[in-house]
Design a protein around this ligand. Structure first.
Ligand code: SF4
Length: 703
């Protein structure tokens, strides 16, 4: 990853799950500059606006936390302490709670931006030594519905395709996603493919007209929440018009008969009516998909962040299964990962219901295997608290202590005022962070300053199962330490054995050993191979594999017990909070082009703030007229949980009776009225536990 002659390094962008390669120059004054890596298989030199400006976020240290801080009681200010004092106290408090209330009285809440090695040691600490499964991450808010969908249909949390399938596909069904803004470099590849091959078809499904729609041959502007009904209608037409792959269905799937019966439960006309689109559009979508030789379904938060997120995922994956468009070049379901390393986190089992190597916590044999390997305590069979449950448990006192790593729940959690109450009530709060901005710091009893991107080494896995090595290039500021080092120091303070890693490379090696003989086996991989190859796609069972496994299921054998993919029949009902006379609008939330999550990095870059500089409410002009609203008027958006106050943006890009808020802004000074999540709902999918960010009932009024 380093060319010694000119101090040039290769690494991976730390924002989204696309995982673009960057070339970083370390300057003599210790700052960095960067550009897209021309030789990287993902981005071929391209970077989006966020990636192009990454070096500013690294070079600007003005907001960095520089040393550990602590307070002895909630009424005292935080003050600088040594690492040892902070560790000593944190270990003492954790020991006290664990002895008095049991291991389930403490929790960790981490992030899809953590490196794989950080996740690994954290998961090992919590599940293998503290003896609780209360470790979850903000990936729960992002991908967990897709994970469950993959497991139920393909038998494993596994993205079958690779990005090179983009150039081999001739139909894209992009649903619940705006990749032009949120996964820009992948979308550049789709754009270039379309420019070279205008006959390929792109279908975009979204209640809003987004930038992604400008490339679409067909935009299905459905009513929010009606995705399953649309997917079923398309499934019905694929069956009726003979577009299914009968041979593939017979030999390699199960469940088709029940599925076929269920999708015939509604006529196309009924489906069109419920979805709020024309019947002919559904016919056209089915024709495009049915006639395609290579068909990619592409989705992200519009499907995942839903109280019926798992069913939405299954209804979509079914379209690939009934057409046999999986495991073949240019075909497959393709979930776009939001965060840079949500995949890596799951590989080491860093969530409340998982164990390393994609093992299941609920599986006794899996628990035994991991327990034997770690040699710590008995791994509890009880699932830990998931993201929203962590804050509920802090609120009602079941949890006493919370340790937050690399995430800002006080902007990103649904029904965020409840999360704020929870942190107020928490007996002990540890915040491990790079920035002095997150509101969580106000509630912290201990603050650990962490090293950021380029200041530590480790690995990440992108949306196509591609593992990249990220080198340490510069020193972290002040006394900041890599997150893995902080966790290991704490584990040693707790007198746990097995945390004396000399390097990130040793942590990675231990992780790879635990993947042996699993579906994600990377036991042949190590840092030297990653440094030489730059990136490798899992599984990587043998060194002779070179770049790893490009595409899964090419032999039509799936990871289910029967080796057949499961065409799951799902109900098409709604579970979200429905609009009524008091709250007549449906609110949906999402990202904007130039900001990332809660803006602690992108918010530092003035160029990025210029694109859209303040939060706003998208509202249809007809709705605005009924409310006597003009463009830029200040409006109050209320739900049963709270309110937001931002300027109105009148646009016919959104459906009537639907409004949109960007998700990025948190508290500004003492006002929390920019924060979209004051109003969102903490209702979750019953299986994936992913919240319903894309649908809640609100009222809108002029302020
Ligand atoms: Fe970074 Fe994603 Fe942009 Fe690529 S597309 S440069 S990974 S933010």
């Amino acid at each position: 990853a380093k060319n010694k002659e000119n101090n040039q390094f290769t690494s991976t962008c730390c924002y989204c799950g696309v995982g673009c390669g960057v070339v970083i120059n370390k300057e003599k004054n210790g700052t960095i500059t960067l550009e897209g890596d021309q030789n990287h298989p993902v981005n071929r030199g391209m970077l989006c606006s966020k990636g192009l400006n990454l070096h500013y976020t690294v070079n600007d240290k003005s907001d960095r936390l520089l040393y550990p801080q602590m307070r002895y009681n909630k009424s005292m200010p935080l003050q600088r302490v040594s690492w040892d004092e902070a560790m000593e106290r944190t270990a003492a408090v954790f020991k006290t709670f664990i002895e008095k209330y049991g291991p389930d009285s403490v929790a960790f809440y981490a992030s899809g931006q953590c490196l794989t090695e950080e996740y690994y040691v954290l998961n090992k600490l919590m599940k293998g030594f503290i003896g609780s499964n209360n470790i979850d991450t903000n990936s729960r808010l992002c991908m967990s519905s897709a994970v469950v969908g993959y497991k139920m249909s393909l038998g494993e949390d596994s993205v079958p395709i690779c990005y090179d399938d983009i150039e081999l596909a001739d139909c894209f069904y992009v649903t619940g996603a705006n990749p032009a803004w949120c996964h820009p470099i992948l979308w550049r590849r789709v754009e270039a493919h379309k420019a070279a091959n205008p006959e390929i078809k792109i279908i975009v499904v979204d209640p809003r007209i987004t930038d992604s729609c400008s490339l679409a041959d067909l935009h299905l502007q459905i009513n929010p929440g009606t995705d399953i009904i649309l997917n079923h209608a398309i499934g019905r037409l694929l069956i009726e018009n003979g577009y299914t792959d009968a041979d593939f269905i017979a030999k390699h799937t199960e469940g088709f008969e029940a599925y076929a019966e269920s999708v015939f439960g509604k006529t196309i006309s009924e489906a069109a009516e419920i979805c709020g689109i024309k019947e002919v559009s559904i016919h056209l979508a089915a024709k495009y998909i049915g006639e395609a030789k290579g068909f990619i379904s592409m989705w992200t938060m519009g499907l995942n962040q839903s109280a019926i997120g798992v069913n939405k995922n299954l209804s979509l994956i079914n379209l690939n299964l009934i057409t046999g468009k999986i495991g073949k070049p240019g075909s497959g379901p393709f979930s776009l990962t939001g965060q840079p390393n949500a995949m890596g986190g799951r590989e080491v089992g860093g969530m409340a219901n998982l164990l390393p190597g994609h093992r299941e916590l609920s599986n006794q044999q899996h628990r035994q295997e991991v327990q034997n390997f770690w040699g710590g305590t008995v791994i509890s069979p009880n699932p830990g608290f998931t993201a929203t449950e962590i804050f509920e448990a802090l609120n009602d006192g079941r949890l006493k202590a919370i340790w937050i790593i690399c995430t800002n729940p006080l902007t990103s959690m649904p029904n965020v005022r409840l999360a704020e109450e929870a942190l107020k009530k928490a007996k002990f709060v540890v915040v491990q962070e790079i920035s002095n901005k997150p509101e969580t710091l106000k509630f912290a009893d201990v603050v650990f300053p962490a090293a950021g991107w380029t200041e530590k080494e480790g690995t990440m896995t992108n949306s196509e199962r591609r593992i990249s090595y990220l080198p340490k290039i510069i020193e972290p500021p002040g006394e900041a330490l890599p997150d893995a080092e902080i966790i290991c120091r704490f584990a040693r303070k707790m007198n746990f054995k097995g945390f004396d890693f000399a390097s990130a490379s040793e942590i990675f090696k231990e992780h790879t050993k635990l993947t042996a003989k699993t579906n994600i086996d990377i036991s042949a991989l190590d840092y030297s191979i990653l440094k030489a190859q730059k990136t490798v796609q899992w599984p990587y069972r043998k060194k002779s594999l070179q770049q790893g496994t490009v595409r899964l299921f090419t032999d039509n054998r799936f990871y289910t017990p029967s080796k057949k993919a499961v065409i799951k029949t799902v109900l098409d009902g709604f579970a979200s909070e429905q609009p009524d006379a008091d709250f007549p609008f449906v609110l949906t939330t999402g990202r904007i082009r130039d900001q990332w999550h809660t803006m602690s990095k992108t918010g530092k870059v003035s160029k990025l703030n210029k694109h859209i500089s303040e939060p706003y409410l998208e509202i249809h002009p007809q709705d605005a007229a009924e409310l006597n609203l003009a463009d830029h008027d200040l409006v109050t958006i209320k739900s049963r949980r709270g309110e937001v106050r931002v300027k109105a943006k009148l646009t016919s890009n959104i459906k009537k009776d639907v409004v949109f808020l960007p998700m990025h802004w948190g508290k500004i000074l003492n006002s929390d009225l920019n924060r979209a999540n004051n109003v969102t709902n903490d209702l979750v999918d019953p299986v994936s536990k992913e919240p319903d960010f894309k649908f809640c009932a609100v009222s809108v009024s002029k302020y």
